[in-house]
Design a protein around this ligand. Structure first.
Ligand code: GLU
Ligand code: MG
Length: 675
């Protein structure tokens, strides 16, 4: 979630006053890093994963499940554990350093934790096999530092967050001064001053509470039009209580009104260190079109505030939960005080491509991109090229939200706090991360769209897949470019219920560089030919011809597993590409076999033989004896669901309902060892 700094935070009107100051210093710091690190070469191809958890209190015989707000105590217990602190350490936001044991971090929700491996994963294929045991170890260590009835679970969103009554331990009433939410207390957020300030200043800047409205799933007994029965229209404590009287809670939508409803969600993120800036820029561009595909494949968020939603993923809800745009920026009022109309929230899909790849056509760029021309000019005056300057000048259209007065006294070019202030509150689906000052770390790219998965098997599978496809991208010089607005559209599509099977996504038809013969035989998958061609023989030609001919609408099955003979496309499929890459790399048989079980999960999820978590949860609710087919996920259903989720990572896994449809077999194809 970003760097934690201590100090006296400014309330919104004061923070607004110093926004330019922070931006200017941020740019100076960025240029200092750029000048120092632009020629940095031969950094190791390291990578790291981040797993976010919810902490629930759950007891078998007790109907009530709650979110535990003991994050600080749990982190404290972890920090005081000498075995952990000797070998690990808490280094927020530098996931690529540390000891061997896992590192635990705070997150936005006081009911959340984040854990990363204690040291980065390396280039070796064997490392890929350590990911799942390491994730299991993290879960075990976390659990060991909790009370017996507390469990770390990897569900994206707590299904009863914001439900009337008690949903936290301890209980706090809603409607605190910071969040002003009808549904959740201020105590829901991490008490570190950064987090409540972030929430309060987003609300103040916007002039209203955030509006997180999710379409409700219309079941056979759902009254229609549906009115969220938990919304209170009679509150008069804060001016923001007027929001719902002014239409903030439309019919047929589950209405939520606080940052916690979004940033209280959990994801799986993968960060890569590139060998140099050129490679980092390429990774950033090429991973971008994969974002919505992986979002849909990892769909795990079908319930909000005790109701079934008509969407399957968390993304837009987080986007709305941190949307600080003013009515002028949103286009609801003519521009008077603000500088631009801004098409997207700070949490959104990417709007830039940054690679110096000659295959990047200007037609792919976002025609609606807003940039701060002054910032861009300053960066270019400082020696940065136009493409990268455009990227950062786009991020810098935002105001800094949390400003500590102590930080404004002196500009320190050996730090990057002002740059990070803007960078870390631009939550886009891919993040390009300059090397932190004063460290050995190189240029990094973070892949951020995936939903956290219920089991570590799945989390490892998706981590491994992203690593392997990234290696294939670099090794084959793959080209996934499509116009940015098509990725935006795909992101919307990924929200639809069961989009993974029911919808189509824009995807590039031919991912191979044109200078080599396509190493693909029709319907036969990718052949290993061409896999060992030198990375750069000559610069690939800039493509010509209509951009619209380069991509097509494809199902996720086609994108992941390749075109069927009857398809109009001839797409090789990302899984066959990865397999071809592995074939070319002399991976030992045992490792290859273990990796195959991960690829198999993803292959089957893409073709529908295995379910997403979203589908598994929907089926769980639908077949529960207390479910009345009215979209309401009541207390007993929530209890049993959480119990099943806990069980999926423990002893009860084999007995969990529909587990075969969800996770498939439990055997690694090679070793026969149970997972
Ligand atoms: N939890 C957020 C998500 O689900 C991401 C927060 C972070 O960047 O660490 O996307
Ligand atoms: Mg995080």
């Amino acid at each position: 979630m970003g760097l934690l700094a201590l100090g006296t935070p400014l309330d919104w009107p004061e923070a607004k006053q110093v926004a330019n100051h922070v931006r200017e210093w941020g740019i100076e710091q960025l240029l200092a890093v750029w000048n120092k690190a632009k020629g940095k070469e031969r950094d190791a191809l390291l990578w790291g994963d981040e797993v976010e958890y919810l902490v629930v209190t759950y007891k078998d015989g007790t109907p009530k499940v709650t979110l535990s707000l003991r994050q600080a105590d749990i982190l404290d217990a972890l920090a005081r554990d000498e075995t952990l602190s000797e070998e690990g350490g808490c280094v927020p936001d530098l996931q690529l350093v540390g000891g061997a044991l896992p590192i635990f971090h705070p997150e936005f929700g006081r009911f959340m934790l984040e854990a990363t491996p204690g040291k980065p994963w390396g280039i070796g294929f064997r490392d890929l096999l350590d990911v799942e045991p390491n994730m299991k170890l993290r879960r075990k260590i976390a659990k060991e530092h909790m009370n017996p009835e507390e469990y770390p679970i990897t569900l994206t969103t707590y299904p009863h967050l914001g439900c009337p009554g008690t949903f936290t331990t301890p209980y706090y009433p809603p409607s605190g001064n910071k969040l002003r939410s009808q549904f959740v207390p201020d105590e829901i957020a991490n008490p570190h001053i950064r987090f409540p300030t972030l929430a309060a200043n987003i609300r103040s800047r916007r002039g209203h509470k955030v509006q997180v409205n999710v379409p409700v799933f219309k079941d056979k007994n759902t009254s229609w039009p549906w009115k969220d029965p938990t919304v209170n229209y009679d509150l008069h404590k804060y001016p923001e209580d007027d929001d719902v009287r002014q239409g903030a809670a439309p019919d047929n939508f589950i209405h939520m009104d606080a940052m916690a409803f979004g940033m209280g969600s959990c994801c799986l993120q993968i960060t890569f260190q590139a060998k140099n800036i050129t490679e980092g820029r390429k990774m950033y561009d090429q991973l971008s079109p994969l974002g919505p595909i992986l979002l849909a494949l990892t769909a795990a968020t079908p319930i909000y505030k005790g109701f079934l939603a008509d969407t399957d993923v968390r993304w837009n809800q987080i986007s709305a939960a941190v949307d600080d745009r003013t009515p002028e920026e949103l286009g609801e009022k003519p521009l008077q005080n603000d500088r631009w109309r801004i098409p997207k929230s700070r949490y959104a899909s990417n709007s830039t491509y940054i690679s110096e790849d000659p295959r990047l056509r200007k037609e792919y760029l976002d025609p609606n991109l807003i940039v701060d021309a002054d910032v861009k000019q300053k960066l270019m005056n400082g020696g940065m090229d136009s493409l990268l300057a455009t990227h950062f000048a786009h991020l810098f259209i935002r105001d800094p939200i949390v400003v500590f007065s102590e930080d404004l006294e002196k500009l320190d070019l050996d730090k990057s706090d002002h740059f990070e202030n803007l960078q870390s509150t631009n939550w886009q689906h891919i993040r390009f991360k300059p090397p932190p000052t004063g460290s050995d770390i190189g240029w990094r790219v973070e892949f951020r769209p995936m939903e956290i998965q219920i089991t570590d098997f799945e989390n490892a599978a998706f981590s491994v897949f992203i690593v392997l496809i990234t290696r294939a991208i670099l090794s084959y010089d793959l080209n996934f470019y499509i116009p940015i607005p098509k990725t935006d559209e795909n992101m919307e599509t990924a929200h639809k219920r069961d989009a993974v099977l029911q919808d189509k996504f824009f995807f590039r038809k031919n991912p191979f560089p044109t200078r080599y013969p396509r190493p693909y035989s029709a319907n036969g998958g990718v052949t290993p030919t061409g896999t060992t061609t030198p990375a750069v023989l000559s610069r690939p030609p800039t493509p010509t011809g209509p951009v619209e001919d380069e991509y097509a609408l494809m199902s996720i099955d086609e994108i992941m597993n390749g075109s069927k003979p009857d398809s109009a496309n001839n797409f090789p499929g990302l899984i066959p590409i990865v397999e071809s890459y592995l074939d070319s790399m002399n991976v030992d048989v045992e490792t290859r076999c273990e990796l195959a079980s991960y690829l198999d999960l993803i292959r089957k999820r893409a073709n529908g033989s295995l379910w997403t978590a979203s589908k598994w949860i929907r089926n769980f609710v639908d077949s529960h004896e207390d479910y009345k087919h009215d979209s309401v996920v009541g207390e007993t259903i929530n209890h049993d669901l959480i119990g099943a989720v806990i069980g999926l990572e423990g002893e009860g896994k084999r007995e969990a309902k529909d587990v075969d449809r969800f996770l498939g077999r439990f055997y690694r194809p090679c070793g026969g060892e149970t997972k």
